[in-house]
Design a protein around this ligand. Sequence first.
Ligand SMILES: NC(=O)c1ccc[n+]([C@@H]2O[C@H](COP(=O)([O-])OP(=O)(O)OC[C@H]3O[C@@H](n4cnc5c(N)ncnc54)[C@H](O)[C@@H]3O)[C@@H](O)[C@H]2O)c1
Length: 333
Amino acid sequence: MRIGLIGLGRIGAFHADTLIRHDEVDELVVTDAMPGMAEAAASRLGATPVADAEALLASRLDGVVIASSTPTHLGLLRAAVAAGIPTFCEKPVAEDPYAVAGLVGEIERSGVPVQIGFPRRFDPAFVAAKAASDAGELGWLTTVRSTTMDPAPPPAAYVASSGGIFRDCAIHDFDAVRWVTGREVVEVYAVGGNRGDALFADANDVDTASTLLTFDDGTLGVVSDTRYNGQGYDVRLELHGSEGSISAGLDDGLPFRSADPTLAFPAGPAHTFFMDRFATAFQIELSTFLAVAAGRQASPCTITDGLEASWIAEAATLSLHEHRPVRLDDVRG
Ligand SMILES: NC(=O)c1ccc[n+]([C@@H]2O[C@H](COP(=O)([O-])OP(=O)(O)OC[C@H]3O[C@@H](n4cnc5c(N)ncnc54)[C@H](O)[C@@H]3O)[C@@H](O)[C@H]2O)c1
């Protein structure tokens, strides 16, 4: 297959390594807006550099991966779909869910497969937790907890264009809790804190946030996020049910210390960031996309899934700024 990759930053470079090594990829065509970056990646990997996204999309591709900065996603996704190219687009689809909503019909009418990048759906522990819940092993769910604690903040320029902690970071939690429960969120209440660098306040963002969610069947969700978790990268999903509980992320790499001196768990070393914690999930995610692009399976994470997670992020952002619970129906309009 001839696959294109737009954006070679933190996640794009990781995807480039996965794609170039994949059995099904014969040629990887790459581009980045930063001068020299595509050429450097191309010579390191043996990929083909092109000048820009427009040239890349015109180069007879079997599929394209959009891993550029968030504000570029919507325009590139629209252009890729218009060119009839099966597309993988990193989360979030856009900062503005109203703009994404306008694109959903266009994508559905085109019949071009689109997969949105939510890697937790491919992590073996997350998959096992969902399977246990789906099989009824936990009874009915009382509480779903999802946690994303980044070890250190991203660069100020990234924060400024990220759309804020809910659209950039908590969106993984919002997608995970929707996916694992198979239910929709009807109301959120979010709070935020800013005890770290002023770069977050400067971007009208917060460095730490907690969100309470109510699902349409009465299950409660608790989502917790921070940019400052010095001990490491802590991502967990906890499902608590009437008959059982299960956790994804409760492994030896959990960056937590037990206060009980008789316990040696977790034994470490701690996960340092998403690259090491989710390396396998990212690889399975892109393998799955190649199968989607080749027409062997339907997209496991559609534009509608991306949009629904974005509505929750929108409601959480509004809730934070207005200090009140927000119904999803009210933001959907
Ligand atoms: N799924 C995940 O777990 C995950 C993890 C990290 C980032 N992301 C998402 O991936 C995207 C990129 O994040 P990142 O951390 O790699 O950011 P980054 O800033 O490190 O890299 C973005 C790259 O895109 C390039 N770029 C910007 N506009 C472009 C354009 N029009 N054409 C070509 N290249 C362009 C930039 O020059 C830069 O090299 C973001 O939307 C982010 O939310 C997803």
